[in-house]
Design a binder for this molecule. Sequence first.
Ligand code: C2E
Ligand code: MG
Ligand code: MG
Ligand code: MG
Length: 275
Amino acid sequence: AEAKARDRSVQAFTDEARRRAARRVELERELRDAAENEQFELFLQPKFESASRRLSGAEALIRWRHPQRGLVSPAEFIPVLEETGLIVDVGAWVRRRGLEISRRWRDMGIAGLRIAVNVSVQELRQQNFVAGCTELLAPAGGDHDLDFEITESMLMDDIHQNIGVLQALRDLGSRIAIDDFGTGYSSLNYLSRLPADSLKIDRSFVALLAQSPDTVSLVTNIVNLAHSLGLRVVAEGVEDEEQAKLLRLLRCDEVQGFLLGRPLPLEDFERSFLA
Ligand code: C2E
Ligand code: MG
Ligand code: MG
Ligand code: MG
């Protein structure tokens, strides 16, 4: 009886593994499809100057409008895009679309509102990543509003190569933000050499700010470090006024989070923040 029970649980295990593998194959197929059928969309989340609460820019965050499942979050599909290499085409689309939106805002007469798109390290590593960005941005001769966010934890592998790529993006007139800062292991040595314009404090720290004196000193140190390196500091995931107030006191330059605005489809963003 024991052996039988064991067989049954082994069977259940392999059934589950098989189901998971099948779901994954299906997901990959659907993502290829999504890339071809324009099921991706950029949502926009506002960023504000911490002291004045003036709108300073927007972060573009990809969404997938799945025909049956509705909106799917990037946490679910970005890793699959990265593993399959589909991120290369989708990333190129994100940059084109981001630039298009920023041009639309210029045409509406809104000056100086920048858009930051997120880039995966898998994209940075592509042989022709810089060439693609150059093709997109060089015609503007540096006069455009497209910026980039790159997650800290990924940057440090292959740091020398990445420094070159980030410098090339800056030479094209884009600003660089180091995203989710504090979750990686940047050495001070490399941080000072990174061609970057700002650090985005990861929202796990912002969430602890109001309860934890240790987090307050940590954030204080990050802000001081950033400022001493000539970098601006953006806090992400700001959800309540107490956090916003603390961040202002700690001289954090910009804030972003549900308190001030959720990521929204373009039309809703414009209605809420550009009207
Ligand atoms: P991220 O770049 O760090 O983006 C911030 C994430 O925090 C977004 O999640 C945003 O919706 C969420 N967020 C903003 N404010 C708050 C808040 O107050 N509270 C909470 N709990 N969350 C907040 P989202 O849109 O699900 O994106 C997740 C991640 O997916 C992004 O993290 C980024 O790493 C990646 N991602 C998104 N769009 C793209 C893209 O176009 N390309 C690439 N390569 N990655 C992307
Ligand atoms: Mg980001
Ligand atoms: Mg982030
Ligand atoms: Mg993140």
